[in-house]
Write a protein that binds this ligand. Structure first.
Ligand SMILES: Cc1cc2nc3c(=O)[nH]c(=O)nc-3n(C[C@H](O)[C@H](O)[C@H](O)COP(=O)(O)OP(=O)(O)OC[C@H]3O[C@@H](n4cnc5c(N)ncnc54)[C@H](O)[C@@H]3O)c2cc1C
Length: 393
C-alpha cells in the first residue's frame, strides 16, 4: 500500500519551500515535488538578491503583512543559523507627486514607519555615488534591504527536511485530481496521494490551475551585473539598495556584495512569454541598453562595465496583487500565484497562510503568523485571499 501524505506541495520554489517548511513543522507528513532542485535558476527565485522593504508604495495594506514577513525571516535566520537578510537601507527616488514617493509616504504615514525625506540638494550631498534627475526627491528607509534569494529558498527547504518533509526534485507534476477525500498527484515519478495539496507553481501556475482561468501573464525579466569603478558602489562602503522612478521607467539595483558587481535591472517593461520551460535565456540587447542608459545617467562614475546576466520571470496577475485561495469545491487544495514581481519578501507569510488554509482555517479569514488578519475578497488592495474566479477587468 502506498502511503498517504498529510500535505503535498507542488513546486518548491520561493512560496512552496516556505509552505513545505510550515506544513512539516505542523507535524504533517509532507511531500514537496519540483522539476528542479531548491534554489534553481529556471523559475522566479534566483539572481542573488531581492528587495525587502516596509513602506510599501503599492498600497498601505501590505504593511502589516510585510511586518509579519520581517518577523518570520528573523525566525528563519535564527533557526537555521544562516544570514539571509541584509538591512542595507533603501533609497527610493522619484517625482514628489509620483506614484512611488506618494505611495511610500502614504504607507509610512498610515503605519508610522520611519523614513527620511531628502530634497534634491540634500540627495546630492548625502548620496554622491548617484546622479539625480531635476525635480526628484528621495525617501530613505533604513530598515529595508535585501534577501539572498537562492539561500533563502535552500534554507526553507532544508528546514522543511529537518522537520521531516520529503522533497523530491526531478519530478514533473502532470496533473492532480480528487479521489474520494484525498488528492492524487500524477508525476513522471509515479502517483502520490495527499490529504491536502498546495499548488505553488510560479510561472507554470496556469498549467496546473488551467480550470480556474486566472488571466496570468508571464513576463521575461533580465537581471544585469555591472562592475562600477567606484568604491562607494560596494556594500562594505555603505551603498544602499536603490529604486528610481525615471521618465524611461522604473529601475532598481543593489550594492556590490561580493565582487560579482552591482545588480541593476528594470522593474517596468519586459516581454510576455508563452512557454516558461523553453525560454530564450540569451542577453537581450535592447533591455541591456535601457539599463546601461539608466546606469550611465544615474551614477556619478566613469563607466559601468556589464559583467553578468540572468533571465528571470514575473508572473503578473491582472491587478498586480497576489492570488491566494482554495479551490471552490475542494477547501483542502490551496494555491498561490500571480506574485507579480514583488512576492519574494512575503514567501514565508504566504507559505504559512497556505498551510492555514488547507488546515481548514475559515475561508473568509486568514491569519498570518502573529495574527495579521486579511479579510476575504479584499480585491481592492492586498489580495492575499481573493476569489479564484477573479474578473480580468
Ligand atoms: C528579476 C526579478 C526581480 C524580483 N525582485 C523582487 C524583489 O526585489 N522583491 C520581492 O519581494 N520580489 C521580487 N521578485 C518576485 C519574486 O522573486 C517572486 O514573486 C517569487 O520568487 C515567486 O515565487 P514562486 O514560488 O511563485 O515561484 P518559483 O520560485 O519560480 O517556484 C515555482 C516552482 O514550481 C515548480 N514547478 C512549476 N510547475 C511544476 C510542475 N508541473 N512540476 C514540478 N514542479 C513545477 C518550478 O520548478 C519552481 O521551482 C522578483 C522577481 C524577478 C523575476
Amino acid at each position: 500500500m502506498s502511503k498517504t501524505y498529510d500535505c503535498i506541495v507542488i513546486g518548491t520554489g520561493g512560496v512552496g519551500s516556505a509552505a513545505a517548511m510550515f506544513a512539516a513543522a505542523r507535524g504533517w507528513r509532507t511531500l514537496g515535488l519540483d522539476r528542479f532542485p531548491p534554489g534553481h535558476a529556471r523559475g522566479s527565485s534566483h539572481g542573488q538578491t531581492r528587495i525587502i522593504r516596509q513602506a510599501y508604495f503599492e498600497h498601505p495594506d501590505y504593511v502589516p503583512v510585510v511586518l509579519d514577513a520581517y518577523r518570520l525571516w528573523d525566525e528563519i535566520e535564527r533557526r537555521s543559523g544562516r544570514s539571509l537578510f541584509a538591512r542595507t537601507g533603501l533609497l527610493q527616488v522619484g517625482q514628489p507627486d509620483g506614484p512611488i514617493i506618494g505611495g511610500i509616504q502614504s504607507s509610512a504615514d498610515q503605519h508610522n514607519l520611519p523614513i527620511r525625506r531628502y530634497e534634491l540638494a540634500e540627495l546630492r550631498e548625502q548620496f554622491p555615488l548617484f546622479n539625480f534627475d531635476e525635480g526628484t526627491v528621495g525617501l530613505y528607509e533604513e530598515i529595508a534591504g535585501y534577501l539572498l534569494v537562492e539561500t533563502c529558498v535552500e534554507t526553507m527547504a532544508e528546514l522543511a527536511r529537518q522537520a521531516g518533509a520529503e522533497l523530491r526534485d526531478g519530478a514533473t507534476v502532470g496533473n492532480f485530481s480528487q479521489s474520494g477525500g484525498d488528492v492524487r498527484v500524477q508525476t513522471d515519478q509515479g502517483t502520490f496521494t495527499g490529504r491536502r495539496v498546495i499548488v505553488t507553481a510560479g510561472a507554470w501556475a496556469n498549467d496546473l490551475l488551467s480550470a480556474l482561468k486566472i488571466p496570468l501573464q508571464v513576463i521575461a525579466k533580465h537581471q544585469h551585473w555591472f562592475r562600477i569603478a567606484d568604491e562607494r558602489a560596494k556594500l562594505s562602503e555603505g551603498c544602499p539598495v536603490f529604486f528610481f522612478e525615471t521618465p524611461a521607467g522604473y529601475f532598481y539595483g543593489f550594492p556590490d556584495i561580493d565582487g560579482r558587481g552591482n545588480k541593476i535591472a528594470e522593474h517596468s517593461g519586459g516581454h510576455q512569454m508563452n512557454d516558461p520551460l523553453h525560454v530564450d535565456r540569451q542577453l537581450d540587447g535592447v533591455d541591456l541598453q535601457r539599463v546601461q542608459e539608466f546606469a550611465h545617467q544615474h551614477f556619478n562614475t566613469p563607466r559601468a562595465v556589464h559583467v553578468d546576466h540572468s533571465l528571470c520571470m514575473y508572473t503578473m496577475s491582472p491587478d498586480k496583487h497576489f492570488v491566494v485561495d482554495v479551490l471552490e469545491d475542494s477547501p483542502h487544495i490551496a494555491f498561490a500565484c500571480g506574485m507579480s514581481g514583488h512576492g519574494f519578501k512575503f514567501t514565508p507569510v504566504i507559505g504559512q497562510a497556505l498551510v492555514n488554509l488547507v488546515d481548514g482555517t475559515r475561508r473568509d479569514d486568514i491569519f498570518c503568523g502573529s495574527g495579521v488578519l486579511i479579510p476575504a475578497g479584499n480585491q481592492r488592495t492586498c489580495s492575499l485571499l481573493i476569489d479564484a474566479g477573479i474578473d480580468a477587468g
